[in-house]
Design a protein around this ligand. Structure first.
Ligand SMILES: C[S@@+](CC[C@H](N)C(=O)[O-])C[C@H]1O[C@@H](n2cnc3c(N)ncnc32)[C@H](O)[C@@H]1O
Length: 466
């Protein structure tokens, strides 16, 4: 849900900016009929002969909609509702930018995601029914709330409003782990009794910027990261004592110091204040160490299904050489290593590679090696050296893979390619390339990794044409 936050513009001091500004005109309202949905779940309508995208509107619905000069259109009143509409369970849904489709019933959410995948994958075959989640709330193991000052310098702890960098006070986010929000609530209350200020983005002063909580869903371990604008931590010992007294479930506490003036959540400096500085969690029968910065899939229940499917599609017999490209902390490769001859992981992020190596030792995996490199360059070098691989598993970022990587796949000529993606649009682009390079798509499996949001994960099996 935090996707895109980093790139959002820094806000101005809104209070200052509003002084002397003429009162804002109310945006015009108009009646529209929704004819379809964008791939990110917005309604599509026509206004003044042009396409208008309206968040929270469903196909067939008639609505009165406000159309401001700048920014997204907004539903003022639904005049005729679609049967798939429901009252969003979260009271912050219409303001907050975290979830986009809570106004759809759960079944309609699945139909929407299935429809997006079916359309994008049509040239390659018919996707399997989406893997759904039995309990599609409270699934996140990584939960962040941001702290700031309100107009009266009061502490605000919450999430950013949609399409903006304005903070809205949120006590409970329904996709967060409830334990995480309870700890954040306690910290919010403790700030004033410990005379600690929230960080003010405009002045660059103040103490608490964010609280990041990671929860090991199977281990029950809890990491609290206090992201502070200054290294000084007044009353630290008593603060930690009080926090741990109220939340004995906390297993480690870290202070991350972020003095940057941009909107990156974590700074580069860290102090472990309590515990080991990491938590562990179990996935695919292995135990992974998770630090504050490690990339780790945020929905472990669905990740078990996703990785299980990816390993099944790899069709391993115990002898194969498997490449785990874009491997992060090595999760997929290490899980696959139990059924493979050997695993070669490649990942650009240095910290993640260190984590992957540590995780392979921790799990006594002897047949996996990890390399820090650009995946495309690494594969190009492998192909040039005449090396071979039996299976390539790739799980690139949202932007997808690149030509260097995909053309090297064709040269390495693995019999199977298992492509995991969090963006079916870039995945479809890359599948077009691979199918022209001698591969056939055999199976397409969508997985709902991010319920209540428009995001959908897919895993695709390609095999070499004989
Ligand atoms: C979607 S994550 C997948 C991580 C891992 N497979 C998992 O499931 O946890 C994508 C990973 O690709 C890495 N990455 C991004 N661009 C890369 C590149 N050009 N070469 C290698 N790794 C890259 C990112 O650092 C990130 O760890």
């Amino acid at each position: 849900m935090a996707k895109g936050k980093k790139n959002q513009k820094k806000p101005h001091n809104r209070q200052k900016a509003e002084k002397g500004r003429p009162p804002q005109q109310q945006p015009k309202t108009t009646e529209v009929t929704c004819t379809g949905l964008t791939d990110d779940g917005k309604g599509i309508a026509t206004w003044k002969g042009k396409r208008l995208e309206v968040p929270h509107l469903l196909p067939g619905e008639k609505a009165e909609v406000a159309v401001p000069k700048r920014g997204p259109a907004k539903v003022v009143k639904i005049l005729e509702a679609n049967e798939n509409r429901q009252k969003a369970p979260c009271p912050y849904f219409y303001e907050c930018g975290g979830c986009q489709i809570q106004h759809m019933t759960q079944t309609a959410q699945y139909d929407f995601k299935q429809g997006v995948v079916d359309r994008l994958m049509k040239p390659f075959g018919k996707p399997e029914p989406i893997m759904t989640m039995e309990e599609p709330f409270g699934y996140r193991n990584k939960n962040t709330m941001t702290f700031g000052e309100g107009k009266k310098r009061q502490v605000i702890g919450g999430l950013y409003a949609a399409n903006s960098h304005d903070l809205i006070e949120v006590d409970r986010c329904l996709i967060h782990d409830p334990k995480a929000d309870a700890i954040i609530g306690t910290i919010k209350k403790m700030l004033s009794s410990f005379k600690l200020q929230a960080y003010n983005e405009d002045t660059g002063r103040g103490f608490l910027r964010h609280v990041l909580i990671k929860v090991g869903k199977t281990s029950g371990q809890v990491m609290v990261v206090l992201v502070t604008g200054t290294p000084e931590f007044k009353g630290k010992n008593n603060f930690l004592k009080a926090l741990r007294r109220d939340h004995p479930e906390i297993t480690t506490i870290i202070q991350n110091i972020n003095t940057r003036r941009d909107s990156m959540v974590l700074g580069n400096q860290e102090k472990v204040l309590f515990g080991k500085g990491f938590i562990t969690d179990t996935l695919g029968g292995l135990e992974f160490e998770i630090s504050s910065r490690s990339f780790y899939q945020i929905n472990p229940v669905q990740t078990e299904k996703l990785y299980g499917k990816a390993v099944e599609l790899a069709g391993l017999s115990g002898k194969e050489t498997v490449i785990d490209a874009y491997c992060g902390i090595g999760t997929i490769g290490l899980i696959a290593s139990k059924q493979a001859g050997n695993v070669i992981g490649v990942e650009m992020n240095k910290g993640a590679v260190k984590d992957a190596i540590r995780n392979s030792k921790h799990n006594h995996v002897k047949n996996a090696r990890f390399h820090q490199d650009d995946a495309g360059e690494f594969m190009t070098k492998m192909a040039a050296a005449g090396e071979k691989a039996d299976v390539v598993i790739l799980d690139p970022p949202r932007s997808g893979s690149d030509e260097a990587f995909l053309s090297s796949v064709a040269k390495l000529a693995p019999s199977r390619v298992v492509y995991v993606s969090c963006n079916p649009e870039t995945q479809a682009r890359d599948l077009h390339y691979l199918t022209k390079q001698g591969y056939n798509v055999q199976e397409i499996q969508p997985v709902d990794m991010f319920p209540q949001t428009y995001h959908v994960e897919t895993v695709v099996l390609l095999t070499k044409k004989s």
